[in-house]
Design a protein around this ligand. Structure first.
Ligand SMILES: [Zn+2]
Length: 291
């Protein structure tokens, strides 16, 4: 009996050891498997863990695409000003062509000596008080200059000549339209906007830069250089200073006036100044020391 019990205990112990060994073996296999599985899962999930990074990547790509689209739009917007008007500085609408006149105060100093040219413009809202320049014509001048033109007109009439007042005061808005039309004229002939503006300024002064905008100048009888060969021009050369008018853009002064010779364009400056300017062979810029 003792032997039988001993044998049973040994057998049970052996079974327990075997079971324990088997459990440990299986457990080890199981753990290894899990680890392997974990590693495999890690590897498998590696792509999936990349996915979140891929998604941002693709989101970035999308963002980049959008950015590209946006910047493309911006670029398109940026390139549009070549065909659409650019936002401009209202005070200097032609600055892109180097035209940046200072704004003068038309009420400062002697009104008859007001210097208006491509470097000195009137405020865009300036409007002179006007008066009819000659009997029988609608053309107007600054009300302070108009009586002097009338006197000159009447004096020439007595000599048998008609100093036709073709163009006197011109509104700044009209000057702007004329100038813009001239820019368009040159653009339509293939010039860039900048080049077209510079060319326009050679024949039409920018708005506010013309003496016509001040109502102080009159284009008489013609707008052609051939006017210099007429009796009317000869009469003006002889008598205009007596009425306070000067030939504003004489031949040979373009470097200073920036305007071609215009035998038809006469400017009121007052009798004293007109006589001095005529005697000195000057243009108004030289006379005023503002050339
Ligand atoms: Zn003129």
């Amino acid at each position: 009996m003792e032997k039988g019990k001993f044998a049973l205990i040994v057998a049970l112990t052996a079974v327990l050891i075997l079971c324990a060994g088997a459990y440990i073996f299986v457990s080890c296999r199981k753990e290894t498997g899990e680890t392997t599985t974990a590693a495999a899962t890690t590897q498998q999930t590696a792509p999936s863990t990349l996915k979140p990074t891929e998604e941002p990547t693709s989101a970035e790509t999308t963002a980049k695409t959008e950015t590209t689209t946006q910047s493309g739009t911006e670029e398109r917007t940026g390139t549009q000003p070549s065909t659409k008007p650019q936002p401009v500085d209202e005070e200097n609408p032609y600055a892109y062509a180097g035209i940046k006149p200072v704004v003068i105060d038309p009420y400062e100093g002697e009104w008859n000596l007001l210097l208006v040219n491509i470097n000195r413009r009137l405020p865009f809202d300036y409007a002179a008080d006007l008066a009819q320049a000659a009997p029988g014509y609608d053309t107007k001048l600054d009300a302070r200059a108009a009586p002097h033109y009338r006197d000159m007109f009447n004096a020439a009439k007595k000599d048998g000549l008609t100093l036709v007042p073709l163009s006197g005061n011109r509104r700044i808005s009209t000057q702007r339209t004329n100038f813009e039309n001239k820019i368009a004229y040159w653009q339509n002939r293939g010039y860039s906007k900048t080049e077209a503006t510079r060319k326009a300024a050679q024949t039409i002064l920018p708005p506010g830069c013309s003496e016509h905008n001040a109502g102080l100048a009159m284009d008489i009888c013609s707008l052609d250089v051939s006017f210099e060969k007429t009796d009317e021009f000869a009469w003006l050369q002889k008598h205009a200073a007596d009425y306070g008018f000067i030939l504003r853009y004489p031949a040979g002064k373009k470097d200073i006036t920036k305007v071609n010779y215009e035998p038809w364009h006469w400017r009121y400056v007052g009798v004293d100044a007109a006589k001095e300017i005529k005697a000195g062979g000057q243009c108004l810029e030289e006379y005023l020391g503002l050339g």
